[in-house]
Every structure is written in C-alpha cells, then in structure tokens.
Design a protein around this ligand. Sequence first.
Ligand code: LLP
Length: 443
Amino acid sequence: MPDSINQFIRPVTCCVNDNGNLEIGGCDLVELAKQYGTPLYVIDEQTLRGVCCDYKRAFVSYPKVNMMYASKALCTMATTAIISSEGFGFDVVSAGEMYTVYKTGVDMSKVLFNGNNKSVDELLLALDLGVGRISVDNFLELSLLNELAKSRNKTADILLRITPGIECHTHEYIQTGHLDSKFGFDLTQIDEAVEFILESNLKLHGLHAHIGSQIFETKVYEDEVDILVKELARLQKKYSLKLDEINIGGGIGVKYTEADMPPSVYTAADLILKSLQTSIAKYGIEEPSVFLEPGRSIISTSGVTLYTIGSSKQVPNGKKYVAVDGGMSDNARPSMYRAEYTAVVANKPEEKSSQSVTIAGRFCESGDILIQNINLPEPEEGDILCVFNTGAYNYSMASNYNRVEKPAMVLVNNSQSDIIVCRETLDDLIGHDVIPDRLRTDV
Ligand code: LLP
C-alpha cells in the first residue's frame, strides 16, 4: 500500500459509481464531459490537499521547514488559493506566475523568484510587489538587481542559486543540478559572487539548488544537502556572514504507470532530515531554515484529463490507432519526453480490456501520440477517455498549436464541480491578432 499520495496513479477519490462510470470528487466523469465539454482538465481538491498534508506531516519534526510550491507545474488562481490555504509559499519563475499568485492574494513575503534570465521588468515587479526572496542565478543578474534595488532605495533579499554538480537519473532535459547546466553559479564562482554582494544593496540569506525532476532515487538529496550545508558553513566562517537558509529545490517523482516507483514523501523527508542533521553536526553550524520547492509531486496526482474518443484506424497487420479530441497541445509531455501515461474508458471502467491500442492526438503531426500500446475495452466513438496524473506540466505547458483552443479546467470536491479555467474560445484565439490597415484594403 503506498503511504503518500504521490505514489498513487489515480486521485484518492477515484472510484466506480452506481452508474458504472468512473467518478472523481463525487462527480461522474461522463457527466462532467457532457456538462463542460472535452478535452477537460479535472482537479480533485481532496487529493491536492491530501498531498499538501503528506508534505507537512513528513517534515513536522523539523519546524524550520518551509514549503514553496513550484508554480511552473500548474499555476491557476484557484489551485494557488488552495495551496496557499495549506500554508505553502510559492516558487515563481516569471512575471506571469508572480502576478497570478499576487492577484490570488498570497502573502508576497512567502514567494521566491527563480530563473536563469530574469528581465529588468520582472526584477522590478519582484521588488515592487515585495517578493520575499530572489534566487540570483548569475553575475549579470547580481549587478542588474543591485542597480535596480538602489534605484528603488531598497535592499533585495536574495539566495544564490548554485549548481552542486550532482547527476540524477531522469530525462536529460529535466536534470538541472549537474555541472554542465545553464542554471546557477558553479562552486568555484560562489566567493566572487559573495564578495560582490558584500559591497551591494543585496542581502544574502543562503543558498539554493535544484537537482532535477521526476526523481525516484532519494540518495541524491543526501549529497545535495551535504554540499549546501558545507558551503553555507564555509561562507559563514570565511565572510563572518549570518547565512541561515538552504533551499533544496523540488523533484520528487510521481507514478504515471505501474512501472514507476516514486519514493514516499515520508521516506524522502526522513532521509533529507537525517542528512541535514549529519551535515549540520559535521560542519558545525546552527540549524538552518530549509526550503523545499515541490511542483509535480504536489499537483500531478490530483489532475486527470478527459477526452472524447473519435475515429479509429487499424493499420493492416499493425497498430490500432484510436484518436481523441486533444493531444500534444494540452499534454506536450509524451511528444517532448516520451512520457508515459495510463488511462481508462470512464464510461466502461470495469469492462475487460480486449486489445492493445495506441491513443493518438488530433494534431497534424505524426508524433502526436498520447499513449503507446494501452489495453482498453473496444473503444467506440463518443467514449470518454480519462488519462491519469495530468495535473503537472500539462496545462502549464499547453499551447495553441493548430490554433486549437486550450481546454477548460474544473475543480471537483464533495460532488460539486466548479470551473476554475474557462475554455478558450475562437475569439480568444484571434484576440491578439492585428491586420495592418494597408492589408485590410486587399481582404
Ligand atoms: N525548483 C526549481 C528551481 C525547478 O527548476 C523546478 C522544476 C522545481 C523546483 C520543481 O520541480 P518538480 O518538483 O516539479 O520536479 N516540464 C518538465 C519538468 C521541468 C521541471 C523544471 N524545474 C516535465 O514535464 O517533466
């Protein structure tokens, strides 16, 4: 039995109801598809709150732990409100994410601004909105932020993003802590950065790292914590600085398919806290505040996507393609990272699988395949396909490829469903287009 929700493929409220349909949050998925149309993102509030509780319980023995949800996984005002009400802060990486959490009413002192190439406008917005920490990534940003802080007569509260030189086993595009990475200062550059900071309008609080995403082997956190604590201790001594924060980033994996074995949040927390105590003793510093930035493992399991099945094609002596009304524009992960997903037919969840099929998207690209080889009961036009674990990096990476509207998103809880993101309309799609007058005459 899994002991934390990131180890589930399906939302915790997912079951078959009296109509024989799949339901989540007490809402019949076939009814949701009818009411709101498809493709439809569905977020289960109970699962989301449950994951937040897992994290809080897992780290309860170390009161100086602060959870900062990584907004990049999914950033909407409603999910931000839920996660904020669970006591989390937010990691943001753009003016858009910063503005979303600000407009939701989040206490901006609990926000951390990350990114390897922040713009002047974004840095100014962060200073003006009173963002709690800016994680400075490189020398250009140090001097830029210093000038901007001076111009605003402010001191900017910062962390230094460092590259600890740790490789983790995940897709190379989502590895970030290895030496050959575009993110952060490498260990040999830290002193120069600190010496700059000492003469500036910047106040350094500590160090930040992130080693990758969809991590299954928690051992890498041991090495990461050790490097962060070691560097913190070294800088404290060398520069007589009071540095008391380390941010270990996010990365804990989730279970997309039966083959995935993500660690329990409790096991990961245990290991992180043990290595923290070991490193604190080894390097002789006081207990620092520890910040975590989980994204995927917070939001992924609570999300599913509903599609309507359309045409099917049997290739002679080959695959059977079953097409749905969405695909790579609402879920880019299979085509970008060969990510795998599981799904069931929501209107016949208990029917035996009769064959292995390939779920194809609707986009004009051969690579637009959502799921390769999945066993499903005979798929019929109009069936509702429910793809699990789509809460993270689906809507947040969605595009308008082929000028297709982005889907709506509903929040379900206690048999109630509420729209939290409206479906885009055709007018939304052309809303930013401009035809110059000189072309109008020819139209
Ligand atoms: N903190 C920093 C500095 C990060 O760069 C990231 C993710 C996180 C936290 C959150 O990591 P998580 O807990 O979600 O693993 N689009 C890719 C994932 C990219 C992750 C980038 N950074 C995907 O769909 O798999």
